[in-house]
Design a protein around this ligand. Structure first.
Ligand code: NAD
Ligand code: UD1
Length: 342
């Protein structure tokens, strides 16, 4: 019998790519999502790639009664991969209580059912935002966790603490937190990808929308940062490489490969690229021209951040494999596929 796994937020960007990898690795997947930031059609994309339609439960994880019912419906659940969260940094400043309510309540409810229904394992989506502007680069897992610069960032920092407290109080549960750097790109089939609702806030979707003609020009936020070309540096990780890391982390928990009840891993490539390097690499990968203009810095942005991935390389045996050029090519194919659907 295939191991049964709940993927919360599984119709979202990273969750859908992870659901695909899990199915392809022989897992049976139950997606729970309230579709607050994703669409039901994503399930068709997952089926088109894998040949399997995952189980789907449409409800809000803040509803504990509904979550209990779901756990009773799937008594074989062995693990939860928890992606579901609100994630827009700027929005979290405007509506902090909604962010705290959604991200904490859903996590607490999941930790409750893990204890009550003997679901021992969780893989949790965390973020490099917990490091703030690091004092040293690259950032290791031992770099200090800093005061969050937004309510969203704070939900990630505190969620990691909530998970550790829950584990201290209940020795039957174990978890791995994965701190993502900047996930980009789409599945090579272009059946699934990032679906930003409204104007994208992140660099790559804004860039592809500019090239396809939906936006007038890419605004490069600041060219006076303390970096070689003055534009901000980030560690852009291909979403499929990121998804693969979840499968490995999950297997590590299920196979009890490690005695530690809680672990944290950085997931990045280990290399930082500036905004100008992204533009140039995109042009090289696709043969398209990117129209851009230098704008003032975006408030809250930092000069540079990129990961030290030694721990994930060594302990998980995982490494980001896809080049930036290939990754940006998938992002462009996805933008074109989206445009053709309309
Ligand atoms: P996404 O918005 O595409 O996916 C999240 C999904 O969760 C959505 O489908 C949404 O409908 C669902 N959801 C939200 N709240 C819910 C609730 N209460 N009940 C049920 N479903 C709910 O986001 P993503 O980019 O795929 O991010 C996944 C996770 O990774 C999030 O926890 C995010 O904070 C984290 N993360 C993302 C990035 C990034 O750059 N995308 C970086 C670091 C960390
Ligand atoms: C942001 C969040 C981070 C979150 C991540 C993924 C902040 C401070 N951080 O990371 O917590 O995990 O998104 O959702 O908001 N840029 C432009 N023009 C644009 C958009 C971005 O020049 O239109 C630049 C930015 O200044 C930055 C780089 O591109 O230097 C990457 O930006 P973005 O994709 O928004 O990610 P982060 O800000 O790193």
């Amino acid at each position: 019998m295939k191991p049964l796994v709940m993927v919360t937020g599984g119709t979202g960007y990273i969750g859908s790519h992870t659901a695909v990898e899990l199915i392809q690795e022989g897992f049976e997947v139950v997606i729970v999502d309230n579709l607050s930031n994703s669409k039901h059609e994503v399930l068709n994309g997952i089926e088109a790639i894998t040949g399997v339609m995952p189980h789907f439960e449409n409800f809000d994880l803040c509803d504990l009664k509904r979550l209990r019912k779901c756990s009773e419906k799937y008594p074989r659940l062995e693990a939860i991969v928890h992606f579901a969260a609100l994630k827009a940094v700027g929005e979290s400043v405007d509506i902090p209580l909604d962010y705290y309510h959604n991200n904490f309540e859903s996590l607490i409810n999941l930790l409750r059912i893990m204890g009550d229904y003997s679901i021992p394992n969780m893989v949790f989506s965390s973020s490099c935002t917990v490091y703030g502007q690091p004092d040293h680069l690259p950032v290791t897992e031992n770099s200090p966790v800093k005061k969050a610069s937004s309510p969203y960032g704070n939900t990630k920092r505190v969620s990691e603490e909530i998970i550790q407290d829950a584990i201290r109080a209940n020795s039957t549960i174990r978890a791995i937190s994965l701190r993502y750097f900047n996930p980009i790109g789409a599945h090579p089939s272009a059946n699934i990808g990032e679906l930003p609702l409204g104007v994208p806030l992140n660099l790559v979707p804004y860039l592809t929308q500019t090239v396809i003609g939906k936006r007038e020009e890419l605004r490069v936020f600041g060219n006076d940062y303390n970096t070689p070309d003055g534009t901000g540096i980030r560690d852009y990780i291909y979403v499929v490489d990121l998804a693969r890391a979840h499968v490995i982390a999950l297997k590590r928990l299920l196979e009890s490969k490690n005695k530690k009840p809680y672990e944290v891993f950085n997931l990045g490539t280990g290399k930082g690229y500036s905004v100008m390097e992204i533009i140039n690499t995109f042009e090289k990968a696709t043969g398209e021209k990117v129209k851009f203009k230098i704008y003032p810095r975006r408030p809250g942005d930092i000069d540079a951040v990129y990961a030290d991935t030694t721990l994930a390389n060594k302990e998980l045996g995982w490494k980001a494999e896809t080049s930036l050029e290939q990754t940006l090519f998938t992002a462009w194919n996805w933008e074109k596929a989206l445009n053709n659907k309309k």
